[in-house]
Ligand binder design. Sequence first.
Ligand code: ACO
Length: 327
Amino acid sequence: MTVTLTGAGAALPERILSNHDFAHLDTSDEWIVQRTGIRERRRLAEDASLAELAALACERALSDAGVTPQDIGHVVVATSTADRISPGMAVEIATLLGIDRPAAFDLSAGCSGFVYALDHAIATIESGRAEHVLVCGAEALSRITDHTDRNTAVLLGDGAGAVVVSKAPGSLRPTFALGSDGTRIELLYVGQDRLMRMRGREIFESAVDAMADHTELVLKQSGLSPDDLDLFIAHQANARIVQAVARRLGVLGDRVFLNVDKVANTSSASIPLALAHAREQQLLSPGAVLGLAAFGAGLSWGAGIITWRAPAAGRGMTGPAADRGGR
Ligand code: ACO
């Protein structure tokens, strides 16, 4: 037995902002597309509940996994923009879903939050304390955006994504590596004014190094090579960052997933949203080997290898990696 992802779901606010909606900030569609790959992002209404949006993503993930709320004993929500300072959103989301008195908590690790939450979920299942854990990443970054600052305002979006993590048959054990460096907090932070400040270029370079190095590390620890990855999903901050990491790894073409053009940087919602969108595009086949990588405030980072569901019965592995000879 091992631990796999068994379901994914996404939920986005209805309101779409195009790059043209930022023309008043002395920027342009051309600049934003060229430097970031972003074409549009979603915006949650000021009086809307992020927990309700997140619950919708979770409901879709549960349905995709064929898991009922009664099967869930643990709910972990990665976020830096919860509806309230306390309690976190996990308890409210669990109640909205009808999950009866689960262990439920929020986790804050900037844009790396989802990977940290996923690592926790895997450890909880591996230790025998749960069979299914619901992991959600949800952000309303518009709540911490300086809407007058073109350096950050054009980059950020709102949304929620969720996955179900389950005990399942299979032989590839998930491998995750996490890290942080508190000596560089000033590169990216949200202060007492509740507005995000960052030094973009330095973040860019550190993000590429950390995500590439840690993906190489978890591949090595798993006994895999970059060729074994069926899909590489890195935190969708900027298409150029994702492509630079993928180039360093030698993972190219359609094995690199991008949806930053549609959703922009949604921090801890970014990877589960990407997983759900990859699922909608039928890019996840049973047994597919996924590489995940994230980087963000802290500084913090993480990378991991995990499979999408169990391989089809009677086969060691399916998908492109199997065609290339697998492990
Ligand atoms: N429109 C026009 N010009 C802009 C804009 C804009 N929206 N934003 C910044 N600029 C200008 C700056 O004022 C600066 O001008 P100057 O040179 O006259 O001072 C110039 O563009 C900056 O140029 P570069 O440093 O060459 O820009 P770069 O190619 O690094 O792109 C960007 C900037 C998009 C911020 C990039 O560095 C980036 O994406 N960094 C990561 C940021 C990020 O995603 N942080 C959030 C979370 S961390 C994470 O998720 C990884």
